[in-house]
Ligand binder design. Sequence first.
Ligand SMILES: [Zn+2]
Length: 341
Amino acid sequence: MSSKELARRRARRRRFYLKRFAFLGGILLLTAGLAGLLLSCVLADPAETVAPSGEGRTSPAAPDAAETGEVSETASEPLPEGWERIDVPESALAEGTLVLVNGEAAFDASRAKTISVYEGKNRNYLVKNIYLSVTPETLEALNAWMEAFAGETGITDVNIVAGWRSLEDQTKLYDNAVAKKGQGYADTYLALPGHSEHHTGLAVDLDTYNVEDGTSGGFDGEGEYAWAVDHAWEYGFIQRYPPSKSGITGIDYESWHFRYVGLPHSCVMASENLCLEEYIELLRGYPFFGEHLSVCCLGVDYELYFCPKDRVIVPTAGRYTVCGNNVDGFVVVLKKTEPAA
Ligand SMILES: [Zn+2]
């Protein structure tokens, strides 16, 4: 890694911090009847409960049950005051910005609710055709990201060449790739039909377009375009297939493919260098009855925890979102503060 890259990563780390905390601590200490059973859950190592800002903590490795004293939960177990169980249909596993779609996890493209990029875009970038669509939240974030990029660099020739894809579209692409470039190429760069992130409407492929001669320049994320890659997380995007993670994602490096996951997820993934597979696994280590993940990102505090698919617990008051992981459960995100004015 170059010293420039190191400096950039350090600067990025300074902007936020991660901390883990035992959220049940106060409540359970007051609940004498349960204390004997659950105390091991509460009494996390004090060092773990203090936010190590900056460089101190490099990776919030998922704690195992023995480390956290995680208590297995049953559907009838009483909840602390201020929390409730809600019924969430299993189909909702495929909803939200954290859905995992890869070689193992499929996604039904017909579920995606998308809107036209052409109709909703700002002037800071281009789009391949009028049919290309993404989810509304992806479009809003794309507009903000490209506006910031254009403001910073003056560049407005980024061309969005792929968004949502139907099952038929992906099948055609895959079959064409096999026919023209061989099975090996197709398997390296293209997801099997039904297993493409483009089915979600949360993914975009970037290219560059030369308006003078009508040629495409590709998007390697280098040089002047590096700003867009480095700052993507601030707008909720991640480079989904980084070179260092191809063994996990199953897809070779794609400098052009960005996935919207939203804040604070992109923030944690960027700071901890996690691909989506790793991040989903990390979150499983923060169950409701255990430590929650506390994140400060761009001046906003969040609290996150994982719920198995049939046991979703949410606060009775306050703001929260429930994101399905498209595999086995939901991530609940509580927004604890608003950004400073
Ligand atoms: Zn793509």
